[in-house]
Design a protein. Structure first.
Length: 379
């Protein structure tokens, strides 16, 4: 009996790129938890003229076919800024989607690995789409609910496909859940306020909301804190000014000043917290299309969003372990209560960021989803 024919082709034109972008709809067509991404967002992410990530890095994409039908996709990424920052030779794979067939996944990983070897890489790491500053990692635990905005989701069998190829754990990332029992806990809020007031007085800090009318200057202040606060974190790569502006511009339409905060000392930002409404609650019903009619549904249902994602919470290195996160949490929970927020997700948090995990758990949060980034040495 002959083996089913499996082939792979590099994405080289707009038609194939469109196939690449829309392939996930085949994988998740019967998955109740998947949230279709907005097609124009995916196109912008992959557009080498619009996304400044590709000013310093390069990526190739491939599609796999089995018996003449699309069966998988993958991208291989050489992130030059990562390798300069860490002085290593790590290549990445991303945008991985595949039918449950290890022969197809093997061909995809073989192709990405060969490309990375040809470009001098010694390790293949992923998934990242296309960097750790974007959606990254594979969901390995917590498949019983939809992802929040800008967090990945995948079938459980992807874990087997990746591990069977020889990938091993590089790092786990956590998502922590904060429920209504925390948001509505008056005793907790009183305790948090006491701690927050004490830290503000001790460190001589002020807390202020972001000023979106001064958007460009505020973005620059955020970038300075971001690149300082995360410089010691595993996988961190400083974002260029153009990259940061690109991300900020994309997030501005859903930004809410009440949930974007600076901690300042002597008038200068030393910490920053970014929470955004979980627009996945709305996107789930749009099937990837905001226009021409999805925009009306989006605007109508946006007001009903009752979940937040805490995306960024950090302080400059010299202010680590001073409890400044308590100031942010106190404001977020207090404001969330007033705005009828029912739950929140803190994500993602490195598994060995014990200080942040413990601080969140003391609030009553708990780890409810685990994601993993994998490594494999290239022969």
């Amino acid at each position: 009996m002959s083996q089913p024919e499996i082939s792979i082709k590099k994405v080289e034109n707009d038609y194939e790129k469109n196939q690449f972008i829309k392939f996930p709809w085949k994988i998740y067509e019967n998955d109740a938890y998947w949230v279709p991404p907005l097609l124009f967002d995916v196109k912008n992410n992959l557009d080498k003229k619009k996304n400044p990530f590709y000013d310093h890095s390069k990526m190739e994409m491939w599609l796999a076919e089995k018996e003449g039908k699309l069966a998988g996709r993958i991208a291989a990424i050489v992130n030059e800024n990562h390798n300069k920052y860490y002085n290593d030779k790590v290549g990445f794979f991303g945008f991985f989607e595949c039918v449950n067939d290890k022969d197809v996944s093997k061909l995809l990983f073989d192709t990405a690995s060969e490309y990375l070897k040809e470009n001098g890489m010694e390790v293949i790491r992923g998934p990242v789409n296309p960097s750790t500053n974007d959606e990254c990692a594979l969901l390995i635990d917590g498949f019983d609910s939809s992802p929040v905005m800008l967090m990945p989701y995948n079938p459980k069998y992807y874990v087997s496909l990746i591990e069977e190829y020889g990938f091993e754990k590089a790092k786990d990332l956590y998502a922590l859940y904060i429920g209504a029992d925390v948001i509505n806990n008056e005793d907790l809020m009183k305790r948090l306020k006491r701690i927050s007031d004490m830290i503000i007085k001790k460190e001589k800090l002020t807390l202020r909301k972001v000023n979106l009318s001064d958007f460009n200057n505020e973005v620059q202040r955020i970038r300075e804190v971001y690149n300082n606060a995360w410089q010691e974190n595993w996988g961190f790569v400083p974002m260029t000014e153009d990259e940061f502006k690109h991300v900020a511009k994309n997030l501005k339409p859903i930004a809410d000043e009440d949930f974007i905060l600076f901690a300042e000392k002597d008038g200068k930002p030393i910490g920053f917290s970014l929470c955004l409404p979980d627009i996945n609650q709305v996107l789930k019903d749009l099937n990837g299309r905001l226009f021409p009619f999805g925009i009306f549904k989006f605007l109508k249902n946006k007001k009903k969003i009752n979940v937040l994602r805490v995306i960024i919470m950090g302080v400059n290195v010299e202010y680590h372990r001073k409890g400044i996160d308590a100031i942010f949490y106190q404001h977020i929970i207090k404001t969330g209560y007033k705005r009828n927020i029912k739950a929140g997700e803190i994500s993602w948090v490195l598994e060995d960021n014990y200080a942040m995990v413990q601080a969140a758990e003391k609030l009553g949060a708990h780890i409810y989803k685990t994601y993993r980034i994998f490594d494999k040495k290239l022969g």
